[in-house]
Design a protein around this ligand. Structure first.
Ligand code: URA
Length: 264
C-alpha cells in the first residue's frame, strides 16, 4: 500500500481513534469482506423477467438528498433557539457528529448585544459541550473582559453570546470542509436571526469564509462588514493570537472599535 502518512501523523491518527473509543485493531477471527459483499449481492432482489413495465416506486438514494436544502428547511422551521438546537442536533447529514463526543451549540447570554461566531469546537469544547473553553477560549474571555464584556456577566448590557460555524469537532482539529460549512451555515444564519444581536464578531478566517464568503483575515480585520443585516467585525482568532502575540495590538484596536460602537 502506498505510504501517505509520516510516523507522527500515524501516531496522531491512532490517538484519535483511541479517543473515539476504538480499543482493538484486529478481531479474534478473520472476516472475509469479499464474501460479505457477495452475500449482500445475492440477497438483493433479482430483476423479474416479463415485469419490465410494472411501475416501480422510486427509491430515494442518498445522492438525491441535498444536505444544504435539508438544512435550510430544518433551520427555517426552528422558531426559537431551543428548537434550533434540537433541529441541529438531529441533523443527520454532517458526518462530524459521528466522531464528536458532544454537540456544541452556544454559551453565554442569548440576549447579549454582541454575538461571537468562531470556527468549531476543539478537544476541550468537545469534552465540555461548550464553545471556547480551552486556551483560546480563555484568551477570548480575557480580551472581552478588557472592554467590560463577558459570557457570564449578570447584566445583559455587558453579556456575550458565543457560537461556532460548526457544532461538532472536526477530527484532529482539521479545517472544516467546504461541504460541512455549506450544510451547517443555514443553522448559523438562523442562529443569528433568532438571537438578534446588535453586532456580530467574526473570529478568524473560517467565520469570515462562512458568513462573508471570503477569507483574508489580515485585510478584513478591523473593517466593519455586514452579516444578516447587522454590523460585523472580523477579528484575529484567539488561537492565532496565542501563536502570534504581536498581533494582539490589532486585536486590541478592534476591541476598542467594538466598545465605541456599543457606546455610540
Ligand atoms: N476555536 C473556535 O473557533 N471555537 C471554539 O469553540 C474553540 C476554539
Amino acid at each position: 500500500m502506498e505510504q501517505t502518512l509520516d510516523p507522527y501523523q500515524m501516531l496522531d491518527s491512532l490517538a484519535w481513534q483511541i479517543e473515539l473509543g476504538a480499543d482493538e485493531a484486529i478481531l479474534d477471527a478473520p472476516v472475509n469482506r469479499y464474501e460479505a459483499e457477495e452475500k449482500v449481492a445475492a440477497a438483493a432482489p433479482a430483476a423479474q423477467p416479463g415485469k419490465a413495465d410494472t411501475p416501480v416506486a422510486p427509491v430515494a438514494v442518498a445522492s438525491e438528498i441535498d444536505p444544504v436544502v435539508e438544512a435550510r428547511l430544518a433551520a427555517g422551521e426552528a422558531d426559537s433557539l431551543a428548537a434550533l438546537a434540537v433541529a441541529m442536533q438531529a441533523f443527520e447529514h454532517c458526518d462530524l457528529r459521528m466522531g464528536a463526543r458532544n454537540f456544541v451549540f452556544a454559551d453565554g447570554n442569548p440576549e447579549a448585544r454582541v454575538m461571537i461566531v468562531g470556527e468549531a469546537p476543539g478537544r476541550d469544547e468537545d469534552r465540555e459541550g461548550k464553545p471556547f473553553v480551552g486556551r483560546a477560549g480563555q484568551l477570548l474571555d480575557r480580551m472581552f473582559d478588557a472592554i467590560g464584556l463577558g459570557r457570564a456577566h449578570p447584566d445583559t448590557e455587558n453579556a456575550l453570546y458565543i457560537t461556532n460555524i460548526l457544532p461538532w469537532r472536526p477530527p484532529q482539529n482539521r479545517d472544516p470542509r467546504p461541504e460541512e460549512m455549506a450544510m451547517m451555515l443555514p443553522f448559523v444564519k438562523r442562529h443569528i436571526e433568532l438571537a438578534a444581536p446588535e453586532l456580530v464578531v467574526l473570529m478568524g478566517n473560517i467565520a469570515c469564509q462562512g458568513l462573508l464568503g471570503r477569507r483574508g483575515i489580515t485585510r478584513l480585520r478591523g473593517n466593519w462588514q455586514e452579516v444578516m443585516g447587522r454590523p460585523a467585525m472580523p477579528m484575529f482568532h484567539p488561537a492565532f493570537l496565542l501563536r502570534n502575540p504581536a498581533a494582539k495590538r490589532e486585536a486590541w484596536a478592534d476591541l476598542l472599535d467594538i466598545q465605541a460602537r456599543l457606546e455610540g
